[in-house]
Design a protein around this ligand. Structure first.
Ligand code: SAH
Length: 471
């Protein structure tokens, strides 16, 4: 049977600016081909056996060529796969969806096109510029600024342009386009904004007029991806800008992870305008649980959950044996707030403890870092492994960005951080100063040789506040 292809718009960058339908396609995909401009954090929803193919530029290789992309899409669909082609912004706005969908159509392969928010409109809004306005602009034109030899461009007049013009891919030829527009009758007073990495915590905006903007962009070293917005509406930015005023805007924060779950901290910082990235991307490898162990737990007086993931895994095994909640020991303990929350969601109140007594039956995960002296009372439900499909993405995010601070939410996150930097060969990040959650984590990280951020920064990050909202 033939597969199916979905061309999905990933939106301009901010994680929330993608459609529900797009996310559903990603969840169901067998193969995802994605670009450099599609936010890689979106890929975390894919199935455990979904294949990821990067079509952007890699440090050591060239971009995947367009004919090779078309070929791969068709080859995968032919063998029955559900393929998602994930593109930054909208797939049909300078996204070559015409060629790729055309290739599917020729082969008789079914497809849909899931629109996304295109970067011109998003960049303008996130810079506080409404692309139309009753008093200032009744139309907008989307143009490519890629080529300086645009044949038809020289011949149009001021009035054939929209009131607002958005140039995609236009940083390199910016001055050329500005000169042409002035020759066509645009006033030299016309305002221009160039917005780099719009809608992300890395957003930067250069402002000027047609004759001055090019120098401003060079001065600020604005690079691609950047969006040029030209027209009177740019003048509203002074009054309407909002994103750049967010409390964490401009901060660059890494979050060290030690679980396979989504990082609540990453979401918290992104929502406040920071550039935040949680890594490494880990997955759970479940271990078989014997019937003897299940019977032993059923007969025990107490049970300690050492990890949040152990809860679901144990429950699954427990239920498949015909047991339920009522067969669990009376006393349930845990080591973290997170595990406590997971248990509460199952309807179980647990007590968080710091000292483990010998008689406790424990369930947890295998870790090389932590040695547990007596393992006779310990059931291992799973181990955590790198999700190898994300190695390239994690490395790219660590290499390509500049980071200021790393947050350690737990002791095990410190260990994963060290191990990951070593595995990926990214020594320089071990110089980052860290913020932390909890005194024990602070002591541990200091012992491991990390430099702590100053008290002011720790306060500014509001980790205490965040922790309280998690209860
Ligand atoms: N299909 C995409 C455009 C692809 S062309 C869309 O609809 O947005 C690539 C160009 O898009 C870049 O050169 C840049 O001009 C623009 N672009 C994409 N994402 C951007 C972002 N986050 N900020 C600014 N410009 C962006």
């Amino acid at each position: 049977m033939l597969g199916y292809v979905s061309f999905v718009g990933a939106g301009p960058g901010d994680l929330g600016l993608v459609t529900e339908k797009g996310i559903r396609c990603l969840r169901e995909a067998d193969v995802v081909l994605y670009d450099r401009l599609a936010n890689p954090r979106l890929l975390r929803v894919i199935k455990a056996d979904c294949q990821l193919i990067y079509c952007g530029k890699l440090p050591d290789r060239h971009m995947m060529r367009q004919d090779k992309i078309n070929e791969t899409i068709i080859e995968k669909a032919r063998i029955g796969k559900k393929v998602v082609r994930l593109k930054g912004g909208d797939p049909a706005v300078f996204g070559r969806v015409g060629e790729e969908a055309g290739a599917c159509q020729m082969e008789g392969i079914g497809y849909d096109i899931v629109p996304g928010i295109t970067s011109s409109i998003a960049a303008a809004s996130y810079a506080g510029i409404p692309v139309t306005h009753r008093d200032h602009s009744a139309s907008i034109t989307l143009r490519t600024g890629h080529s300086s030899e645009e044949t038809n461009e020289e011949n149009i007049t001021r009035y054939e342009h929209g009131d607002t013009i958005a140039y995609y891919m236009g940083v390199k030829n910016l001055d050329h386009h500005c000169q042409v527009l002035m020759r066509q009758g645009f006033s030299p007073e016309t305002k221009v904004a160039v917005i780099e990495w719009a809608t992300t915590g890395k957003q930067r905006t250069a402002e000027g007029t047609l004759p001055t903007i090019s120098n401003e962009v060079i001065k600020q070293q604005i690079k691609n991806p950047a969006m040029t917005i030209i027209g009177d509406v740019v003048g509203l930015r002074d009054q309407l800008k909002w994103f750049e005023k967010k409390s964490m805007f401009g901060k660059r924060i890494l979050i060290a992870k030690s679980s396979a779950e989504e990082s609540g901290l990453e979401r918290y910082f992104l929502d406040q305008g920071a550039e935040a990235y949680a890594f490494p991307t880990l997955k759970i490898a479940k271990k078989p649980i014997s019937i003897d162990w299940l019977a032993r737990i059923r007969a025990a007086d107490n049970l300690l959950f050492r990890a949040p993931e152990s809860v679901a895994i144990l429950f699954e095994a427990f239920c498949s044996e015909g047991y339920d909640l009522r067969d669990l020991p009376r006393e349930i303990y845990c080591l973290s707030e997170k595990t406590k929350r997971v248990l509460l969601n199952k309807g179980i109140l647990s007590e968080k403890i710091t000292r483990i007594t010998e008689d406790m039956i424990q369930v947890g995960y295998e870790t090389k870092q932590e040695s547990i002296e007596d393992e006779t009372n310990l059931l291992l439900t799973h181990s955590l492994k790198y999700d190898a499909r994300f190695t390239e993405i994690d490395q790219r995010m660590l290499h390509e960005e500049t980071w200021e601070t790393v947050i350690f939410p737990s002791k095990s996150s410190v260990d994963w951080f060290v191990k990951t930097l070593e595995n990926y060969g990214i020594e320089q990040l071990s110089q980052l100063s860290f913020a932390y959650i909890g005194e024990r984590v602070k002591e541990y990280a200091e012992k491991k040789g990390f430099q702590i951020v100053n008290e002011e920064v720790q306060q500014e990050l509001g980790l205490g506040k965040w922790k309280n909202t998690q209860r």
